[in-house]
Write a protein that binds this ligand. Structure first.
Ligand code: ADP
Ligand code: ZN
Length: 722
């Protein structure tokens, strides 16, 4: 009998539902999880061995694995995690694997890597492309061909040509700097009584080494961070890796410094603006087990963990954990899933926990650990409503006399005030006073937002920009275009007039990013600024010790929407932003401008009665069968032609098989009925909690094939309803 052919089933990081078979050449040892290079069509790809087996067939013409990569293989738990992820979100497995394999450079032997630096010779001919490459190389970092090409937005051949001419010089990259081991007693405070009890409870859960989930529920400033540090220490002491997940925006330098002080070592960071080489270093560090502490944004879940012992999800209620593009996963939910697969605990921390987590506590699936008081300052900031229906405001102004006076007094006392308005730009809408025309995006069913600092109109859905016109594009009248409503920039104008002496900082995601954002946040923390105007960027996670007044300019902004979580989200946002106040020596307070002072949310906010509000919300969801009492899946059907899109959406709806406990609502035009020139229809699937939603979706959508410009996007557990 013939020798069997050894076969590797290799999953590629592409939109493929299953692994492909390759022959394992003689002399190559492969196991499931190994990273390999394989041919596909005319190209070569990195992939991951999903299974190995053998076949006695002789007529099989399998292509062979080209080589085995040097990187350690993906653990069985991590592969199982990909399988589950794929099944839960009905995404091809390859798309899930792609999230793990974002750093192909890390699969290669680290020793022999070459990179480019600026050479001594000027290139013979300086094309704009070449100039860009040289400009990037001139920043002084040695970069590999692919990195340099990507950073300069050119093909690899441009880089290589410059290298051949000597305009770029090849250097061997130094080895990656190692991640030092943590020192578990390096820092940390003497915990107060409540904190000690909470830390002890978490340590016990960590010692249990199973997939338990604990909700760490404590008011802002109660020391949740200090407490979950103790859980991390326990897991590190057991020799394991720990992952601390944060919403991207909360990954600030002071926070990282705090982690590093506590553990006396560098914390590996993972977020979207890492340099490629640092990305590679962290990926390798995690894969080898050398990086013990990772502080990262949601995608850090997909790092190639070998020995993960704990995940902490800070600010677990944050919507930023939900990814909208690609695989639409929710990092908190997937952290819980990973913990149960890997048999390690997960700690969810928040001052305003999600209803999802609170209901899981009610059902006995999660345990809870509470911190009731702020450390060293028992009282939470006093919150008072300002009834805007009773206030007299000049047209085009937004700060009530009460809030103006409170701000003035705060500044006089040498303290900091924060005016919060969760809206970017100058004005959300521009109208022509002569003809009523409104300036809309040409490609979206949405108004253009004026950004006065940048002197543009911008669409917040597609990014389209244009200069602010002098005359109305519809009737031609000059000087009649009028901004309607406030954005943070318009508020800044008003504040600058009222408080000309104030040292003002404006924090909005389109004005401050990266280093500039970090500098401004540090400036606020150190008291360089005394009047802060901010969008949700400032609402969370930051510790501003000099801040004693928070003014919420429009508390009603997010309440009206089609999103079933609008109330819950507004609650979290307002409670968090109020919680920025009074975190230092002096007590703080929050003034909340609202036109709905009788709304249950506002009344509960003023009383500081979270449970009253959330219990009301829970009841509403139970009655309506909405999450977390029921389950949802969203379908967005889009296409270039309105009629065709509608027809297809109707056909898709008609194809839904009847099922007990499931209803399909729609199709209806999406709240934003057009984006980037594509018409959008929505379907919403509502299911009881006890039915298998995935099985239903799978059976329904298996044969639905959008053609031409049509597209269908499925979102299991949606958070975005636009
Ligand atoms: P939370 O995460 O609940 O918002 P933090 O852990 O950030 O709270 O703590 C709030 C502030 O109180 C921080 O500045 C922290 O350093 C300080 N703090 C908390 N616990 C203690 C403690 N036991 N001793 C001294 N300072 C503490
Ligand atoms: Zn647009």
């Amino acid at each position: 009998m013939e020798n069997p052919i050894r076969i590797a089933e290799v999953l590629l990081p592409l939109a493929l539902g299953q692994a492909y078979s390759y022959a394992i050449p003689d002399g190559m040892e492969l196991a499931a999880g190994d990273f390999v290079e394989v041919p596909l069509g005319t190209r070569s790809y990195f992939g991951c061995v999903w299974e190995v087996g053998q076949s006695f067939g002789t007529n099989m013409k399998l292509r062979a694995v080209t080589r085995k990569c040097d990187a350690p293989g993906l653990s069985a738990t991590h592969r199982k995690f990909m399988e589950w992820l794929s099944a839960y979100y009905l995404e091809p497995k390859g798309n899930c694997l792609r999230m793990v394999m974002r750093v192909p450079a890390a699969l290669d032997d680290p020793r022999m890597q070459m990179a480019w630096v600026l050479g001594d010779i000027k290139p013979a001919k300086l094309t704009p492309q070449r100039a860009r490459v040289l400009e990037v190389a001139g920043q002084g970092f040695a970069m590999k061909t692919s990195e340099l090409a990507e950073a300069a937005g050119v093909g690899a051949s441009v880089v290589k040509a410059l290298g051949a001419q000597g305009a770029l010089k090849e250097v061997a990259l130094p080895p990656h700097q190692k991640f030092a081991a943590p020192d578990l007693n390096a820092g940390g405070f003497a915990l107060n009584g409540d904190q000690q009890a909470a830390a002890q409870a978490l340590r016990q859960v960590v010692a249990g080494r199973d997939g338990k989930v604990v909700l760490l529920d404590g008011v802002t400033g109660s020391g949740k961070t200090e407490v979950y540090f103790e859980a991390m220490a326990a897991s590190l002491a057991a020799g394991r890796q720990v992952l601390l997940l944060l919403p991207e925006i909360a990954l600030t330098a002071p926070f990282i410094a705090r982690v590093e002080r506590r553990f006396g070592c560098e914390a590996a960071q993972w977020h979207s603006d890492l340099r490629p080489r640092e990305r590679e270093r962290v990926w390798r560090g995690v894969a080898s087990g050398e990086a013990r502490i990772v502080v990262g944004a949601r995608s850090a879940l997909f790092l190639p963990w070998v020995n993960l012992g704990l995940i902490v999800v800070d600010e677990e209620h944050e919507n930023a954990y939900k990814q909208d593009e690609g695989v639409p996963y929710h990092a908190r939910d997937m952290a819980v899933l990973y913990g149960s697969l890997g048999k390690f605990p997960v700690v969810l921390s928040s001052a305003t926990p999600s209803l999802e987590s609170l209901m899981n506590v009610d059902r006995g699936r999660y345990s809870t650990v509470k911190l009731k008081d702020r450390h060293g300052r028992p009282e939470l900031p006093e919150t008072r409503l300002i009834d805007m229906t009773a206030e007299k405001l000049e047209p085009g102004t937004w700060l009530s006399p009460q809030l103006r006076e409170a701000t003035a007094l705060t500044l006089q006392a040498g303290d900091q005030a924060l005016l919060f308005l969760n809206r970017r730009g100058f004005a959300p809408l521009t109208l022509c006073r002569a003809c009523g025309h409104r300036l809309n995006c040409p490609d979206c069913a949405a108004a253009m937002v004026e950004h006065r600092f940048r002197k543009i109109l911008q669409c917040h859905h597609c990014g389209h920009q244009e200069p602010v016109p002098q005359a109305c594009p519809s009737c031609g009248e000059a000087g009649k275009l009028t901004p309607v409503g406030p954005g943070i920039e318009r508020l800044a104008e008003e504040a600058a007039q009222l408080f000309p002496e104030a040292r003002m900082a404006i924090l909005s995601s389109d004005l401050a990013r990266g280093q500039m954002l970090r500098d401004t946040l540090r400036g606020i923390e150190e008291g360089e600024f005394n009047l802060i105007l901010g969008t949700q960027l400032v609402a969370k996670g930051h510790h501003f010790p000099h801040l004693t007044l928070v003014g919420v300019v429009d508390a009603d902004l997010a309440l009206e929407s089609s999103d079933p979580r609008a109330g819950e989200r507004t609650w979290a946002l307002l409670a968090q932003v109020a919680g920025r106040s009074g975190r230092g020596e002096k007590p703080g307070r929050a003034l909340v401008q609202t036109y709905l002072p009788q709304h249950p949310l506002m009344k509960a906010l003023a009383r500081g009665d979270r449970d009253a509000y959330l219990n009301g919300e829970k009841q509403i969801r139970e009655v309506a069968g909405l999450p977390p009492a029921g389950r949802l899946a969203g379908l967005v059907i889009s296409g270039k032609d309105a009629n065709e899109t509608q027809r297809f959406a109707r056909d898709v709806a008609l194809a839904a098989p009847p099922a007990e406990g499931i209803s399909v609502l729609g199709p209806a035009p999406a709240p934003i009925a057009m984006v980037r020139g594509r018409h959008r229809m929505r379907l919403l699937v509502k299911a009881r909690r006890d039915v298998n939603l995935q099985a239903f979706l799978g059976a329904w959508l298996k044969d639905v094939k959008p053609k031409g410009s049509l597209a269908l996007q499925l979102d299991v557990d949606p958070y975005n309803f636009l």
